[in-house]
Design a protein around this ligand. Structure first.
Ligand SMILES: NC(=O)c1ccc[n+]([C@@H]2O[C@H](COP(=O)([O-])OP(=O)(O)OC[C@H]3O[C@@H](n4cnc5c(N)ncnc54)[C@H](OP(=O)(O)O)[C@@H]3O)[C@@H](O)[C@H]2O)c1
Length: 318
């Protein structure tokens, strides 16, 4: 299959690209830094370089307008759209909120325009979304039938998914995986938490009672490309472990995996999070008890459904 991938240089996308390339699919990774990525790829030690990296080609796009890149969509079998400004890269000023929204909603619209122009249209459009769609749900079990929540991230996700659904008018099957908090040794949530835990300073953020919908990197990759294998899967589906934990339980498991304490009777209070992070703190203070009902019903099996083996695997690969 030929797959057009955005966000292929990111935490999740680089692993998706590797995974698909290993299965001999042809990957066209749209990036704002095609030259840099191609040079980095060419400069890799021959021993490090996977023989499958030849299946990956970086193509430049500005993520704002149609250009030569759009020809790659013509005749592609699928699009996997993962591009988006990092949510926690800086405080949510008005400008940052605009970047978070536009890098998701406008890029999705752009890809749909490329689909509209293509003579041979892709059959599948997988466009990332996030569990932030549901807002803060307290202790409510949250599956795909749960309605959208309140707050900035929920509003972004609603617009993002609606934009992706526009591809359906061109005959594309559209899937919008609502991704949970991805656990990987090389980035994401663990990158900032691990040094704190290693320094014996680990403790829950906020009350510790909020649910944390985590997922191992390997499962997120397999779950994202699952619609390529399973033609019945479409629409929104939750992509998080079937065993969510409360923040306090997650921190205890992380402490155990690292051989360090998690001071559960202490916690970083909500007011301190709000002082340090502004509105973005809401994403950590609230949570969702996510049930990946649609994926399980579709026959997907998680490699790391529970936290201790997931963390053990992540840290043993470091
Ligand atoms: N990681 C998580 O825990 C998590 C959880 C839920 C949802 N998600 C969603 O999953 C997707 C991938 O996440 P990730 O963690 O892999 O992200 P990431 O590591 O931050 O990578 C995202 C990629 O998007 C591109 N990008 C960044 N800012 C952009 C902008 N302003 N305009 C256009 N492209 C931009 C970059 O590619 P180039 O520089 O090559 O253009 C970057 O490599 C995101 O949409 C994210 O919201 C992630």
């Amino acid at each position: 299959m030929k797959v057009v991938l955005t966000g292929g240089t990111g935490l999740i996308g680089s692993r998706v690209s590797q995974y698909l390339a290993q299965q001999d699919h042809e990957i066209v990774a749209l990036t704002r830094r095609a030259r840099q990525n191609a040079m980095h790829d060419a400069g890799q030690d021959a021993k490090q370089k996977s023989p499958h990296s030849l299946n990956v080609r970086f193509v430049e796009w500005d993520a704002r307008s149609l250009g030569a890149w759009a020809k790659e969509v013509d005749g592609a079998d699928a699009i996997v759209h993962l591009a988006g400004e990092g949510i926690f890269d800086s405080r949510w000023t008005d400008d940052m909120k605009k970047r978070i929204t536009q890098s998701r909603v406008n890029t999705t619209r752009l890809l749909v325009s490329a689909v509209a122009e293509a003579n041979a249209k892709p059959q599948l459009f997988v466009s990332a979304s996030a569990v932030g769609y549901y807002g803060d749900r307290k202790d409510e079990s949250t599956d795909e039938d749960t309605s959208a929540g309140k707050g900035f991230l929920a509003e972004v996700c609603v617009q993002w998914e609606a934009e992706a659904q526009m591809a359906a008018q061109y005959g594309c099957r559209v899937a919008t995986p609502r991704i949970g908090i991805v656990l990987d040794a090389h980035g994401g949530a663990l990158k900032s938490m691990v040094p704190i835990f290693r320094a014996f300073l680990g403790m829950p953020l906020g009350s510790g009672h909020q649910w944390l919908p985590w997922i191992h990197i390997e499962d997120v990759v397999r779950g994202l490309v699952y619609p390529l294998e399973n033609i019945r899967l479409e629409g929104a589906y939750n992509l998080a472990s079937p065993h969510p934990l409360r923040m306090g339980e997650f921190c205890s498991a992380l402490g155990q995996a690292l051989g360090r304490p998690s001071w559960s009777w202490l916690s970083v209070p909500e007011f301190a999070l709000r002082l340090g992070m502004g509105e973005a703190a809401d994403a950590l203070i609230g949570g969702q008890k996510i049930i990946p009902k649609k994926l399980l019903d579709a026959g997907f099996s998680f490699s790391f459904p529970t936290i201790a083996p997931a963390l053990h695997n992540i840290f043993s690969e470091q």
